[in-house]
Design a protein around this ligand. Structure first.
Ligand code: NOJ
Length: 515
């Protein structure tokens, strides 16, 4: 299960390929552009990449609507270019996860076209179809009136994303179209997903981020069927690709980690209270919020998953409003001091390291809707299109943040007090202390409702480090039994111990060894 040694100190960088770097001036990012910026990612300190879907697609959902799992999207390059990207990543001693979308395809996928036919064929049972055009599968939206076949096809997300059929947890006898995961159709779907994983792992990727991993088996309220499905995948991987790393978009680590994922994300949906920290009316890291529910759920998840696997906290992702919309100035540094001192592998969304802003009021592109403002092109420098592309500005697939003072990598690198430098420093320090890395233990020392600071001890057999985070604008005091030792990192002031109490300065962070 823990064959993936490199996860111990992995710090991920999420690349949204359309928006990262355009090497051929067509207004959209590509593999060669990414290759040219790998040195940058490494310089920041990240040693792993998650890249959003890069496969053939009509791009009605930014590539989460796949029309051919085995072919790279021509706008990014060829399969050979993608292989070269893997090789260049490995040369830098880094790793890359692709995005696996097992829950649905595009309605343009040939499997779907075949499954729409009245005559039975290999793909008849590849998707979830009812046997009555006027009856949608319970709890799902459906495509109707588009097929020669009689029936309604369930969709997983947008209307153009028909749901692949992995079966129902408990098929209802009065609904004969509901199949069991053991039936031939659902089994064939799963085997095909394994073939896709085989194909890309053999080509050289290091694993997958799995889209909507929780959603595969239907009417599976407590997740048991879906957990069993992923355990089956885990057996396959253990047998054939024991070093492949898997992270789920699930948001319930007690379930996903049991299913054999190495990591699960805490996300803006689901029960984790992630939003309380960064994205709500009063986010904790904005200085006037509450982290106690987050901590309570975090602890419960750790207990329930028996210390198995990693819970990963991202700075953001392509589905969330950018962090910098809610958290400003020096508090962004504090947010990263939290993200980079928690267990699990941290994920940095491209551009968050320079405080890229949410671009307001831009029209939806590729099914982004309100997410589009978080997907604008990376801002590299002060040249044309912020260095993202040499295409005319009106040909960029999403416009650049128009604000004159938009942050850029160039300006951030030139300013020694920038967020970018602070993040580099934080990653370097994390790398120097195994207790702070993925598998180090955590014990919460202080986290009271509506109070500051947040304090916890990270530890392993080598050392114990107390992390104190005070995003509030007041000096705060909390009780502490141990004795503070050498300071590993601080920002905004130092922790002062007076007997059994520690005082933390306003808007400050301290990482201190405990003796
Ligand atoms: C989650 C992805 O992160 C999101 O971008 C996508 O639209 C849906 N799943 C559907 O695949």
């Amino acid at each position: 299960m823990n064959n993936v040694k490199w996860l111990e100190n992995a710090v991920f960088y999420e690349i949204y390929p359309q928006s990262f770097c355009d090497s051929d001036a067509d207004g959209i990012g590509d593999f060669q552009g990414i290759i040219s910026k790998l040195g940058y990612i490494k310089e920041l300190g990240c040693n792993a990449v998650w890249m959003n879907p890069c496969f053939a697609s009509p791009f009605l959902d930014a590539g989460y609507d796949i029309s051919d799992y085995y072919t790279a999207a021509p706008r990014y390059g060829t399969n050979a270019d993608l292989k070269r990207l893997f090789e260049e990543i490995h040369k830098l001693d880094m790793h890359i996860l692709l995005d696996l979308v097992p829950g649905h395809t595009s309605w343009e996928h040939k499997w779907f076209r075949e499954s729409c036919k009245a005559a039975k064929n290999e793909y008849t049972d590849r998707y979830i179809w009812t046997d009555n055009t006027w009856e949608a599968p319970e709890g799902m939206n459906a495509l109707i009136g588009i097929s020669e076949r009689v029936g309604a096809c369930g969709v997983n997300f947008f209307s153009h994303q028909p749901a692949l059929n992995y079966g129902y947890y408990k098929p209802k006898p009065d609904k004969p179209w509901q199949q069991s995961p053991q039936d031939p159709g659902p089994r064939a779907t799963l085997e095909e997903m394994k073939n896709i994983m085989r194909f890309w792992l053999r080509t050289g990727c290091d694993g997958f981020r799995v889209d909507m991993a929780h959603s595969l088996i239907k009417n599976d309220d407590n997740g048991k069927g879906t957990i069993a499905l992923w355990q089956n995948v885990r057996e396959f991987l253990d047998r054939e690709f024991p070093e492949a790393a898997m992270v789920s978009e699930w948001g319930e680590p007690d379930k996903s980690l049991q299913g054999g994922f190495h990591m699960d994300f805490l996300l803006h949906f689901g029960p984790s209270h992630y939003n309380d920290l960064f994205r709500c009316e009063k986010p904790y890291f904005a200085g006037n919020g509450d982290a106690s529910e987050f901590v309570k759920t975090y602890k419960a998840n750790r207990e329930r998953s028996g210390g198995k696997g990693l819970m990963c906290i991202p700075s953001g992702n392509h589905d969330m409003i950018r962090l910098a919309k809610y958290i400003r100035g020096e508090r962004l540094k504090l947010s990263f001091a939290f993200l980079l001192s928690m267990p699990g592998a941290p994920f940095i969304y491209y551009g968050d390291e320079i405080g890229m802003r949410y671009v307001e009021d831009i029209p939806s592109v590729e099914g982004g809707y309100e997410r589009t403002g978080s997907r604008s092109p990376m801002q590299w420098d002060d040249t044309q299109n912020a260095g993202f592309s040499a295409a005319p500005a009106d040909r960029l697939y999403i416009p650049i943040d128009p604000s004159e003072d938009r942050p850029t990598v160039k300006a951030a690198a030139a300013d020694k007090d920038s967020l970018w430098h602070e993040i580099r420093k934080l990653i370097m320090i994390r790398n120097g202390h195994s207790a702070l890395q993925s598998y180090g233990d955590i014990e919460f020392v202080y986290c009271e409702k509506d109070r500051y600071p947040l304090a916890y001890i990270r530890s392993d057999e080598n050392e114990k480090i107390l992390v104190i985070l005070n995003p509030s604008d007041k000096e705060v005091v909390f009780p502490f039994d141990g004795k503070l030792g050498e300071e590993v990192y601080s920002f905004g002031g130092n922790a002062a111990q007076n007997g059994g109490r520690i005082t933390a300065a306003p808007v400050s962070v301290c990482w201190n060894k405990i003796v």
